[in-house]
Design a binder for this molecule. Structure first.
Ligand SMILES: [Zn+2]
Length: 59
């Protein structure tokens, strides 16, 4: 399952943990490998957000 697009047919799931530096709250999102890379770039460009962990999920 890829949160980027409902039409994404990639099945290689990756878990991305993002932390909001203002609130300290961590959120977990799931993307395919290709969309994970794009999302990490977005997060790193945001001042208030930080990538905590990006993990390939083996199933
Ligand atoms: Zn995707």
């Amino acid at each position: 399952m890829c949160e980027r697009s409902a039409d994404c047919s990639k099945d290689d799931a990756c878990q991305l943990v993002i932390r909001n530096n203002d609130t300290g709250i961590e959120t977990v999102e799931y993307y395919c490998k290709a969309h994970l890379v794009g999302r990490i770039c977005e997060v790193e460009a945001e001042d208030g957000l930080a990538v905590v962990d990006a993990t390939k999920l083996w199933s």
